[in-house]
Design a protein around this ligand. Structure first.
Ligand code: HEM
Ligand code: HEM
Length: 149
């Protein structure tokens, strides 16, 4: 259960990052060329993938031996790796997903195309930055021993 979830959560980061970047480029172009009609498909895919990451992450949080181990050991806030997995990763990722979802919803409700794409562009760019700095990349102390996929 935990291994499968962790692999899915780990691999899905790439699909999420791909669609986030695609959505930022797409809305960036369309914000300058508001004549181009059509639904923001890349933004919708990025939204669906990050919402799925949220579900997977929440499930992981409650079954993960890593999280359980750190919680049982105590002094979570004093150990930077424990603090990352018990508090920071979850809080920052939820914040990013909230920013992204508000951007998408507000974008969807905008009257004109330029406003729609500008709202998505700004929110997705902020979300991407938060997500990039909150991933336990293998080159970080918190990601030691973890893989790229
Ligand atoms: C804890 C789990 C989740 C929460 C709290 C959540 C919350 C939300 C919220 C607040 C919105 C914005 C509604 C709006 O203002 O229009 C939304 C939209 C959406 N969510 Fe989620 N979501 C969750 C999981 C999922 C999952 C697992 C999927 C799909 C795999 C998903 C797919 C979508 C889609 C497609 C929309 C956009 C609908 C649209 O406006 O076009 N969500 N979600
Ligand atoms: C866009 C959002 C997210 C991305 C890109 C992301 C990415 C990742 C990555 C790359 C890992 C390391 C995987 C590995 O070691 O193979 C990880 C671990 C983890 N994530 Fe996320 N995550 C996201 C959101 C969340 C959320 C919202 C939660 C909790 C509510 C969460 C909970 C966890 C937990 C508990 C682990 C460690 C599990 C373990 O080692 O047992 N993640 N995440």
């Amino acid at each position: 259960m935990h291994t499968g979830l962790l692999h899915a959560h780990s691999a899905l980061r790439w699909l999420g990052l791909f669609f986030l970047v695609a959505a930022i480029i797409d809305s960036g172009i369309r914000m300058k060329r508001p004549m181009k009609e059509g639904a923001p498909k890349f933004a919708l895919f990025a939204l669906i993938i990050t919402h799925t990451q949220l579900i997977l992450g929440l499930l992981l949080y409650f079954v993960s031996p890593t999280v359980k181990g750190f919680m049982a050991a105590g002094e979570v806030m004093k150990n930077s790796v424990a603090r990352f997995f018990v508090v920071e990763h979850l809080a920052m990722m939820i914040l990013a997903i909230i920013v992204l979802t508000i951007g998408y919803s507000k974008g969807k409700r905008a009257e004109d195309q330029a406003t729609k794409h500008r709202r998505i562009f700004v929110a997705y760019l902020i979300a991407l930055i938060i997500i990039l700095i909150s991933i336990p990349w293998p080159f970080r102390e918190v990601g030691a021993g973890r893989g790229w996929f």
